[in-house]
Design a protein around this ligand. Sequence first.
Ligand SMILES: Nc1ncnc2c1ncn2[C@@H]1O[C@H](COP(=O)(O)OP(=O)(O)O)[C@@H](O)[C@H]1O
Ligand SMILES: CC(=O)OP(=O)(O)O
Ligand SMILES: [Mg+2]
Length: 364
Amino acid sequence: MKILVLNCGSASVKWGLYVDGKSVDGGLIERVTDCAQAVREVIFSADVSDLDGIGHRVVHGGLRFTTPTLIDDAVLEAVTRLVPLAPLHNPVNLEGIKIAREMLPGVPQVAVFDTAFHRTIPPAQAMYAIDVEVAQENGIARYGFHGTSHEYVSRRTAELLGRDPADVNVITLHLGNGASACAVRGGRSVATSMGLSPLEGLVMGSRSGNIDPAVVFHLHRVAGMSFEAIDDLLNQRSGLKGLCGDNDMREVLRRRADGDAAAELAFDVYCERVKMYVGGYYALLGRVDAITFTAGVGENAAPVREASLSGLGALGIVVDAARNGSAARDERLISPDGAVPAVCVVPTDEELEIANQTAELLAR
Ligand SMILES: Nc1ncnc2c1ncn2[C@@H]1O[C@H](COP(=O)(O)OP(=O)(O)O)[C@@H](O)[C@H]1O
Ligand SMILES: CC(=O)OP(=O)(O)O
Ligand SMILES: [Mg+2]
């Protein structure tokens, strides 16, 4: 089966072409400002003859979409209604789908949702402690995101350890432009740091992650900011960018190495937040077999991995400096042999996972 995958992200377009589950072509267009144009370029440049299907990453699937779904007008409408809950993502996902449908009419298009893997999260983690009626009426709950990545990476981690995914507990740390942590028990998501929207949890490139919700009321009532302006502040002008002016961890690391105090503080806030989720999910899981770093920052930024897990030796969490600092780019252990939990780096491959899930749906 020949599948084209389009992952239109908040700041990049990633794509891949797969034949029977094997990657034959692919690419990354970074710092995208016009997603539609990027998708047009992909479709013009890739060999899209005889496609069996196109798999699209769709970030928010709400309550309705819990499995990969064949796209029709009704699905597009439902995804459009979820735009307010994923304002940086669903609009670009939709743009990609629309262009692909226009340029390749007749090819089946499948949506693979970031939220789907988290449908197993139990109520004690999924519910916010607010009036249950208000929550229910408005769909206020933890949906969680990056599910395709957490699913793929937790499974690959079990395989890296030579274990059955059903027997393994993993804390996965997806640190990219967006960032989220996930507690995976026996292959199922049981907790994750993103919530109703991809704004909650870890510090991100330009998103705040957790803050006191009263900050929003204060900025509105006392500082006179509109809700639109506060939304923009928390989604686009916060996180690393808000703290030090740079949203790219490569720049933050470079400036920190040069002794820049703002970059150092941004780095510290970022890594301490990761550490707090690791500790929390360790407690929740009770037994942790592995902690795995993935995505742009997680795969490449050794200082972030080192600082995020520093001082956790009493929990058995140890990072081997030489392994962590190595230039290797493959799936690997960065803790000493035999250490439990194992600490791993596993490059994510959302596109491959989307291709496989798309092919599986189309084969039915
Ligand atoms: N060599 C590197 N060192 C540190 N950070 C890196 C490196 N390469 C990429 N990154 C970080 O990874 C981020 C992008 O991660 P990625 O997973 O590709 O993001 P997304 O899929 O969310 O668009 C960049 O913003 C950058 O901060
Ligand atoms: C859901 C999300 O935050 O995605 P990304 O990391 O691609 O921005
Ligand atoms: Mg990503």
